[in-house]
Design a protein around this ligand. Sequence first.
Ligand code: ADP
Length: 429
Amino acid sequence: MTDDKSLSGPDTAIRNYPTLLRRYANLLELIHRLSSTVHLEDINNQVIDGTVSLLECKAAVLLMVDPASKDIQIVAATNLDPSAYLNRAIPPDTSVAGKVVKAGSPMLIRTEDASSKNPLYEFTAFSSVHPTSILAVPLKSKSGSVGVLEAVDKLHGDFQPEDFSSLEALAIQATAVMDNLRLFRQSDLIAELVHEIRTPLAALATASALLDRQDLSETQRHSVLSTFRQEIQRLNELTDDYLDLARLESGRTRLMVEKFSVATLISECSEIISPLVHAQGLRFRQEVVRDTLDLTADRAKIKQVVLNLLNNAVKYNVTNGEIILRAYHGPITSGKTQETICIEVSDTGKGIPVEGLPHLFERFYRPQEGSGFARGTGLGLYISKYIVESHHGKLDVKSQVGEGSTFIIRLPLIPPGRSTGPLAAGGKQ
Ligand code: ADP
């Protein structure tokens, strides 16, 4: 084990046999509970609460490496309000977690040591806790360190070798449970996809049976062929969207972050959507604050989101409707000096029923399916939100039936914890 202070010492395992047995019984019970938990947030909370009770320490922090951005983020911490730390990147060079992720091995950090130059970002930035010792172990998967579990200050005495082995056992188990949960989600996604595929397949089966009939008029034959084309297109879109989503969620997609001009991006999107807008007889306007609208993000992915929103604005619009594409500097979020860039797509279309709004970003959700609305996969908004959140941004919607909808992408000028320049990233848990 790589550590600032060695954990070696008298073998308390032999000294304190009954206590140790009790601890392992508790560990087994905790592992059993973890294995039957199906919500990630509950797993995270059980891990930190379990750490505190098992190691008899004052606090615990669980941090995960976001496979999308490679940022390290706190996902659960005892005695800390989640609003303080959620979606905030921990700098890898000035934190205990960063050191452990890089080393891929456990560490014991003693902060009272005058010679210690240990950076403790996750403690100094978010809480008034001044730990004297931190035992930190990595959560490891095949691809390397995916997180860090930190135990803070023993209630009595120092961390002992059995604290290290208990924490490591808990980290191994937590990683396995999280991996299983991810696999469950993937199989859920596949099950949903198969369900979605059944509708176009049924339509194709009916259409092919119709084509066999001798008494079919030319008009009817055209109509059947048009069904064929539409359903095949739908199957293609479903496959493309599914692959896109599966890649994002598995962490195999890497965000290629670079600094770029939002105005140029907006012009490109306008050009791409123009033929569709004109074909539908819609009006289109773009409003961009031209100067200093630079953004650091994955350009191609942000373009994909804007185009998806523009496509929807066309698809769900009304005759003579209008679409407005805007880009502007957003407000500085209170409490955090975070400047944002907003890209807004407004339409004067059909709007979304109020009861549909809370579910709009769920996968395969199509509130007006089958009521004369344009067809789609129901994955576009889910993927868009996923991409925006991978950039630490937000995707919001305002809509009123009969009046239209406005989708707002809010992105930090630079993703937290990152400087400019290209960087590699992956998908999200
Ligand atoms: P898709 O358009 O392929 O169905 P999306 O995830 O992009 O999938 O959108 C999900 C649903 O949200 C759509 O089916 C539609 O009912 C609704 N929706 C999205 N954008 C708009 C919009 N601009 N106006 C009205 N409804 C919309």
